[in-house]
Ligand binder design. Structure first.
Ligand SMILES: Nc1ncnc2c1ncn2[C@@H]1O[C@H](COP(=O)(O)OP(=O)(O)O)[C@@H](O)[C@H]1O
Ligand SMILES: [Mg+2]
Length: 283
């Protein structure tokens, strides 16, 4: 069995080779704000725009990305942590996107030790793609923040509700305390209109700058859209069931905006930052 230091070296070598790949966690302070739908549809929008995308469901123990995508993968992370197969074996191709489904209702996933998380990331990093999107759980528990901090970039999702905004603020405070160099993006979901979204975005970014000295990159907004709820009921991603829905159009704008952002940690001191993030997983 290779020791952890050896595994770490392999991981870094792998990362070097694929350093242009962007690893992006989609997370939130408050639950139920739209992370899974955003992750699924953002993956499809990036694929539409010509990028190779891998989507990992890391809402460990409460995974439901497969439900939003309307797929029934034969294997999930549940089998991986039970050592029945490796992560690479469970990659399921859906609508042109490589999906790694999470297990639901499995305590061993919800209580996965950090070292095991590292192994999952190592294996997931081997999947060839331009974007590696990770759908996470909500909140500031170490389990959720470890997953978010292992990524180079984090998309924080909030709604305009004060409770969601307060929790989003608390989350970025916790994340940036652990890694001040994290690239943070903001998506305001379920906005009544563009004006509300712009106001919420500029207030949030200003407060983050003034009180936490943190720069948050506004990625865009998604309107409240009953078609998104219909898509969830149909168990088919919005971009496929209602491609010209207002929310679908904004998701494409967000995908283009994300693809157009150059993440300094990818092209600059990426390796050092990545090592730092890995070490935080061992703590
Ligand atoms: N833009 C939106 N318009 C209308 N309903 C939405 C929108 N975004 C999310 N929802 C509703 O919120 C529910 C929860 O979304 P989900 O993506 O599962 O959130 P999370 O992953 O953050 O828990 C969806 O099933 C849908 O009913
Ligand atoms: Mg979710």
């Amino acid at each position: 069995m290779p020791d952890q230091a050896q595994r770490l070296r392999q991981l870094v070598q792998e990362w070097e080779r694929r350093r242009k790949k962007r690893t992006i966690a989609i997370t939130s302070g408050k639950g139920g704000v739209g992370k899974t739908n955003i992750a699924a549809n953002l993956a499809l929008a990036l694929h539409e725009q010509g990028y190779a995308v891998t989507l990992l469901d890391a809402d460990l123990g409460l995974a439901n990305l497969d439900v939003v995508l309307g797929i029934t993968p034969p294997y999930t992370l549940g089998q991986v942590v039970q050592r029945e197969c490796s992560l690479i074996d469970i990659v399921h191709c859906a609508y042109g996107v490589k999906v790694v489904a999470g297990g639901s209702g499995l305590e061993e996933l919800a209580t996965l030790p950090d070292s095991e998380l590292l192994y999952l990331f190592h294996d997931a990093a081997q999947i060839d793609s331009d974007f590696f999107l990770i759908d996470t759980g909500a909140g500031i528990s170490p389990k959720v923040t470890s997953v978010a901090l292992a990524a180079q970039e984090v998309v924080v999702v909030t709604t305009p509700e004060p409770t969601a905004l307060t929790d989003a603020y608390a989350l970025i405070k916790v994340l940036t305390r652990k890694n001040a160099n994290l690239t943070l993006h903001l998506v305001v979901n379920r906005a009544s209109n563009k004006k509300e979204a712009q106001q919420v975005t500029s207030n949030f970014c200003r407060v983050a700058k003034d009180f936490l000295s943190v720069t948050v990159n506004p990625l865009g907004y998604i309107p409240e859209d009953r078609l998104l709820r219909s898509a969830v009921h149909r168990q088919q991603p919005l971009l496929l069931s209602f491609p010209s829905a207002p929310a679908a159009e904004q998701l494409r704008v967000i995908a283009a905006s994300l693809a157009g952002t150059v993440c300094p940690s990818v092209y600059g001191s990426g390796l050092r930052g990545f090592l730092g993030r890995l070490r935080s997983l061992f703590r």
